[in-house]
Design a protein around this ligand. Structure first.
Ligand SMILES: [Zn+2]
Length: 305
């Protein structure tokens, strides 16, 4: 069951904005701001660990998560081009995946629906059923698969994208790909060896015993490493922006949170990625423009096929 919120047409968008009233009052200006921009089919925007609570005034670690997410959305709307796709990589909800969290998330994500189609992944603070209650019309268009995970594949000019669902239990820290989803992933990867593959999942591959991440890291990474088309693995969960490389040559991109940090001084914000045939640029767009890592562009060259 893929989690895709399609981009809305101008007509649909303005009608919904009018019906929703002041809650998304800044949505029509965003539509006007992005309407004339061209779309770059090779540019992607990532938000992760947004942790939206039902009450927009909720703070955690002195951070207002709704304000942070909204600031990131405004920055995306101000970006010179429209991205091909926006990916929100899990922990959409605050902590316990309340229907009210998703109702507020639906309002805050609405302006993004003027910009691009949105793929959503689940993290350990999400709940699959509560999520769909906030998107009844979109839920109706989704078809169930035997996987019972929100995993999907989509293509872009320079890469095939594989989005996974690593949620085991709401509000419990560890995650897993799981044998059934891993079997599905390897099958889908093996059907698509013509282009680079980029895999996206909420939980980080866990190489040390610090924050619990993917419990099946070893078997998952072995499956990716053995498939030479896999060039990058993108994840969140640790609330810490890091770009490293696995021994196999696969790039490991740890997205920053838009919400609170676990370690003072680290950046929060969003990430812009632009793909080429043999590489990709990843750029941190920190909420604090004075952060030393803000606007740093990492050029990642793909390992050979
Ligand atoms: Zn999180």
């Amino acid at each position: 069951m893929p989690m895709l919120l399609p981009q809305l047409s101008r007509r649909q968008f303005l009608k919904r904005a009018a019906l929703a009233g002041t809650a998304i009052a800044f949505a029509p200006p965003i539509y006007a701001a992005v309407a004339d921009k061209t779309r770059d089919e090779n540019t992607f925007a990532f938000f992760s660990d947004i942790h939206i609570a039902g009450d927009v005034t909720t703070k955690h670690s002195d951070v207002n998560m709704a304000d942070n997410f909204t600031a990131c959305v405004r920055q995306l709307a101000a970006w010179p081009v429209k991205p091909a796709t926006v990916i929100v990589n899990g922990d959409l909800a605050f902590q316990t995946a309340q229907p009210a969290d998703y109702a507020t998330f639906a309002k805050l994500i609405e302006p993004v629906r003027a910009i691009a189609p949105i793929h959503l992944s689940f993290g350990n603070h999400d709940g699959r059923e509560a999520f769909w209650s906030a998107f009844p019309s979109d839920a109706a268009t989704q078809s169930a698969t035997a996987l019972k995970r929100q995993a999907t594949v989509f293509a872009s000019p320079h890469a095939n994208w594989f989005l996974l669902d690593s949620l085991i239990a709401t509000n419990s820290t560890p995650g897993e790909v799981g044998p059934a989803q891993l079997a599905w992933l390897t099958q889908e990867l093996d059907k698509r060896t013509d282009k680079p593959a980029i895999v996206v999942v909420h939980h980080h591959p866990q190489f040390t015993d610090k924050v619990p991440g993917l419990q099946d890291t070893a078997v998952f990474l072995a499956a990716l490493a053995a498939r030479r088309q896999v060039k990058a693995l993108i994840f969140g969960h640790t609330h810490d922006w890091q770009v490293t490389q696995h021994d196999s040559g696969i790039h490991l991109i740890n997205l920053p949170p838009t919400a609170y940090l676990f370690q003072a001084g680290r950046p929060n914000g969003w990430v812009r990625a632009t793909l080429a045939a043999d590489s990709a640029e990843f750029e941190l767009r920190a909420l604090d423009p004075k952060h030393p890592e803000h606007a740093q562009v990492k050029l990642l060259k793909w390992r050979t096929a």
